[in-house]
Design a protein around this ligand. Sequence first.
Ligand SMILES: [Zn+2]
Length: 375
Amino acid sequence: MVDLYVKNGKTITGQSIEVLIDQGKIIDVATKIPGNVEAKKVFDLHSKYYVSSGWIDDHVHCYEKLSLYYDKPDLDGVDAGVTTVIDAGSTGYDNLPDFYKLSKNARTNVYAMCNISKTGIIAQDELGDMTRIKDDLVTKMIEEYSEFVVGIKARISKSVVSGNGVHPLERAKAIQKLNHDLPLMVHIGSNPPELSEIMSLMSPGDIMTHCYNGKQNGIMNLDLHRIKDFAIEGYNRGIIFDVGHGTDSFNFEVAQEARSIGLTPKSISSDLYHHNRENGPVYNLATCLDKMLYLGYTLPDILPMITTNPAENFNLKNKGQLKSGFDGDLTIFDVESKSKVLIDSNGNEKTTDMSIVPHFAVVAGEVYETNLEEF
Ligand SMILES: [Zn+2]
């Protein structure tokens, strides 16, 4: 008797798919599970819904005790069809242990990047004081919470670093080296420091989030409407582009121009926290996906960006794939023909006629219905 039998689903290429999950793990995936399956729960999708590996959102802010960027993991996670969230540096040495404890109450799988500032994001300028960066304290968190901490985070923009330029990023690179080249996510925004300088310090495999922001210090020269040469060079060198939509960091034109010259994101993430979830322009990960669909990305392009790719970027070895032996995490969704207005971070509006709607999140074999408000 297995725990869960997901029956009569379909893949994005229109084939039928069935999945067996037992003790939290996928134990079989087939177009049709043969024989008479005995399961504690049979979940028949009647060929109505698509089934994918559970969606991963690798940039959210979900430590609920902060006062600036905070949320509850399940509001960004299972309620929105996302089975795994990675908190992008809300916490550092001072508050990461408490976040870890709280995260255990969530139905969603929660991981964290440790902020290189010991305070985490208690205020906008967590890297304005270099004495808050203590290599040994970050290392201690990485070692003590190795199941939880999957990377480190450095926010390198004007309001965060104050007058410190790229010095915090240099420290982040040193901390990364001390810790077996753990994944490093770098947030970009307004200058100083200059994006060219930031990207020149980043290595292949480092993750640049907010990659399609519409700021002067972004990847596009806004006057010439042209992607800057150093950004193309950094992309070709292997710097990972992560969407990290956020309140201020996604611009349709930048994303479109990048796509037209082949600079595609490796991962799509939301940068959700309570405010941009409730009031937009982010709302949820699915709405970010709708924007990518609108720009011409197909479902087969998009799905790896929220499953296999983030799992690979953050070394989540049992996640991201619909295969025997992987964690029993699924997202069950539909693509609906309906008119929906999409708004980017600069207030530009586009109307799409196609929308991705998650209906269920399955985490370790437990089925949760999503709870999305209509936007
Ligand atoms: Zn963020």
